[in-house]
Write a protein that binds this ligand. Sequence first.
Ligand code: FES
Length: 172
Amino acid sequence: MRQLKTELITQTELTPQLEKEIVTIAERYHKEPHQLMRILLDIQKVASNAITREVAVVISRVTGIPEAQLYGFISFYAMISPQPRGTYVIRMCESAPCHVTGALAVMESIIKTLGLQPGETSKDGRFTLEYCQCLGVCESSPAILINDMIYKNLTPGRAATLMEDYMRGDVG
Ligand code: FES
């Protein structure tokens, strides 16, 4: 199995192009102030899967929402991260039903295949590994979520194959 070299990514580079994209999305807030979560999720998609401080400053400037209020919002919702994350955010369910059906062994297989520890992002910016709570598919546990896609009934072998498929770019 191939292993990715891992180092933590600590910040997002706010290029003029990225800032322009953020501004374009954030401007929707003036017409759709009730859609703040959708707007932040859309910004997150173009900005290293995160609303970092630099990104929040731009959003605050465009929307007029005070930075402190934005940070409060961001820190409350788990689907928004203040830390840059990979293109693929892999979340392993660690709630009880998945735990008793083998989540630990599945997670160990994922860790070994990706060469990442939970909370880390690969140096190439493709993968972030995290734990999460119940994904709502306990009858098909253990389960993981990769971005918006749930994978159920995993075994260590199936999880390793799945990771390798993502690493080769065969899925996603
Ligand atoms: S406990 Fe894992 S999906 Fe519900």
